[in-house]
Design a protein around this ligand. Structure first.
Ligand code: SAH
Ligand code: SF4
Length: 339
């Protein structure tokens, strides 16, 4: 049976019309599902008894439940493990911050892109998540923890733009005022640089924040760290980002994991500044000490400070992300879905 949580409000409206219902019933049902977290059609008291019965026979309401929770030692991050219907596992992370709660969702089981520093990539690709499995992570966590999520980042397991259609539906359900009601400007998609996916965002008029995992400014090294670079070279990617900034008027972010002796030399820092200026990117640079995966070592504080100084001198906004949840393996690139 189809899961109602896989449908956008538009799709649900069309389905209801075919069943002799009304389009506005979709908004009522969205309110029941996403605001009240109703688990059955029976509870939806403002729908007619006939429609409730019909829907019960036609659609499932399949929520996720977390299997396991791990809390970081500082108590500011909670990692959730979910077992899906086919027993595959995914993870999400809730970050509790003074300025609002940020939730990091997975979009695929595993990932096909094989970036060399990433635990998810090493586990290989299993399958795409359905829209309801993406939004379901947030629903489960809001329900179980009694919290309200304010910001969503698509930075968990998987490459969101490689599961574009389901990712897009999840964005629409998240941002629907009758649904979870988190504005697209409070949603950030992180990509390793799948250029056609960025084109899709533009074509569909989505207005989500874009964060790109750059990690090197030289094709020869980026080919190794982020293999999708062999297909979409740095110049092609940056040109597309220039277009994204111009069309959406949104700031973008460049993520840069700092790996000692690999991508943290001054030549990289200088080239990064040169490229940001060349492509007129309205961007913030996030310098991320690489999280221990295999034998990779993070750049030291002195190197990161030196990069920050260079970026500041070039008037480029930058942060060095304070890692959250490293002790529970909830940090970026460490989600592997293992129990
Ligand atoms: N597939 C998307 C989103 C998920 S990965 C992407 O690649 O952007 C989320 C972020 O974690 C990316 O910026 C990725 O480069 C980063 N990451 C991967 N491995 C990491 C590691 N070992 N330490 C720190 N960040 C890592
Ligand atoms: Fe996939 Fe992102 Fe990990 Fe690369 S960094 S393997 S794209 S999840």
């Amino acid at each position: 049976m189809e899961n109602i949580l896989d449908l956008t409000k538009e799709e649900l409206g069309e389905f209801l019309i075919k069943q002799g219902g009304k389009k506005f019933n979709a908004a009522q049902i969205f309110n029941w599902l996403y605001k009240k977290k109703a688990g059955s059609f029976e509870e939806m008291s403002n729908l007619s008894a006939g429609l409730r019965e019909k829907l019960t026979n036609l659609l499932a309401i399949s929520f996720l439940n977390s299997e396991k929770r791990s809390v970081s030692s500082k108590g500011d991050a909670i990692k959730f493990l979910f077992k899906l219907e086919d027993k595959k596992k995914i993870e999400s992370v809730l970050m509790l911050q003074p300025y609002g709660n940020t939730f990091c969702v997975s979009t695929q089981v595993g990932c096909a892109y094989g970036c060399s520093m990433c635990a998810t990539g090493k586990a290989g690709f299993k399958r795409n998540l359905e829209p309801g499995e993406i939004t379901g992570q947030l629903l489960a966590v809001e329900k179980e923890q009694g919290v309200k999520v304010n910001n969503i980042v698509f930075m968990g397991m998987g490459e969101p733009l490689a599961n574009y259609d389901n990712f897009k539906k999840a964005v629409l359900i998240f941002s629907d005022p009758d649904g979870i009601n988190i504005n697209q400007r409070r949603q950030t998609v992180s990509t390793c640089g799948v250029v056609p996916g960025i084109d899709n965002l533009l074509k569909d008029g989505l207005r989500v924040n874009l964060s790109v995992s750059l990690h090197s400014t030289f094709d020869s090294l980026r080919d190794k760290l982020v293999p999708v670079n062999k297909k979409y070279k740095i110049a092609v990617l940056l040109k597309k980002l220039q277009e994204y900034c111009r069309v959406t008027k949104l700031h973008i972010s460049l993520e840069y994991v700092m790996i000692a002796g690999v991508n943290d030399g001054t030549g990289e820092a200088d080239n990064l500044i040169k490229l940001i200026n060349k492509y007129c990117l309205d961007t913030k640079v996030n310098l991320i000490p690489v999280n221990p995966v295999d034998a990779l070592l993070s750049s030291g504080e002195t190197t990161i400070k030196m990069w920050q100084k260079k970026l500041e001198n070039a008037k480029i906004v930058n942060t060095s992300r304070i890692e959250r949840g490293a002790d529970i393996l909830a940090a970026c690139g460490q989600l592997a879905g293992e129990a």
